[in-house]
Write a protein that binds this ligand. Sequence first.
Ligand code: ZLV
Ligand code: CA
Ligand code: ZN
Length: 389
Amino acid sequence: TNGIIRPKGYNVSWHSNPDIEKHHFGHAHPMKPWRLTLAKGLIMSYGMHTAMDTYVSRQATREELEDFHSADYLEYLKTAKVALPDDDYPKDFNLGGSDCPIFEGLFNYCSMYAGASIDAARKLCNNESDIAINWSGGLHHAKKAEASGFCYVNDIVLAILQLLRKHPRVLYIDIDVHHGDGVEEAFWSTDRVMTLSIHKYDGLNFFPGTGDLERTGPDSEGNPGAHHAINVPLNDGIDDDQYVWLFKTLVGLCVERFQPTAIVLQCGADSLAGDRLGRFNVQVQGHGACVAYCKSLNIPLLLVGGGGYTPRNVARAWAHETSIAIGCDSTLDPIIPIHTPYRTHFRHETIFPTLSEILAGENRPNKNSEKKVREIVASITEQLRFVNR
Ligand code: ZLV
Ligand code: CA
Ligand code: ZN
């Protein structure tokens, strides 16, 4: 099958559970867990699973979830009942609204995607994996005692807490089109985690409404977290060239200055062109180039999913990024294998459809000037001068 060979002396672990994919947020809701089924089908039809250690993930325990979340929030999450349409249901902990509905099996869903990220992080801690992957995770908006933006449990925070047991410094990078506010907030006051989020920012007009360039950490000098939050606010329509240049430049600077011993990359696929909620023109190639750059640093790497609301493109990106992780991307036939399940969902038969195929005439002009992009790099370069490790 496509000549996929397991890399020698290099271990990639893949953590997933088909039970996660079966949950439904509701018919009008943009978050579709079955996009994971589509991604898995693509990954397996290429035979990539034979080149990784594959694990069926388990539910995180209550104790593990309490590493970050409050006991009363978890209790509510576990016992919350699906509201009847005419119910005057209390929206405690921001649960039960249209962004974070209470659906059948909610707690099961949350503890499973969290269990997968925790297991993945432990693989890196034990040096049993060089790269660990959980495409069902990456739910970066969840807070200690609050659901937010389709996220209920923050698996990223839980995974980073695992990494911090062994690793002195963790770099968190977030290429989801939304600001990674939950992870940023959780590690706001520590100098052991640096957070870097690239996102669409338009004041309060784009969710969650935070993440401007000046948001760099606690204001009080002397707080160890000062300067350790990095935010890259962008406008609509950024293309591969600008995005990948920005990514490599900024991640390069962060790694040089902070010297992380582990990296967590949130690969939210809503930064891709043609995403139902996104605003960018990043292609599968550019999105993947970010993963390839992180891999090239030779630092233990955790890859998690995140947003992504045009399922066929999510599947393409995460399958391509899995191939990068195992190092078979250059030999992979971009024509989607004929025996791929749900192959008819892929409107174009290649992993790399062109921008005009994706956007079908609905062009989105790039509103990011070269000048603006260079100013962002200059500002963050200046910020990083204050980071001493
Ligand atoms: O991709 O939502 O704008 C990680 C992630 O980063 C809002 N929510 C909030 C603020 C006031 N509300 C609006 C309520 C919307 C209710 C349901 C939708 C339904 C259909 C189509 C689009 C949306 C929607 N909701 C679009 N944007 C929102 C955001 C939340 C975005 C979360 C991104 C999550 C997984
Ligand atoms: Ca982001
Ligand atoms: Zn998002």
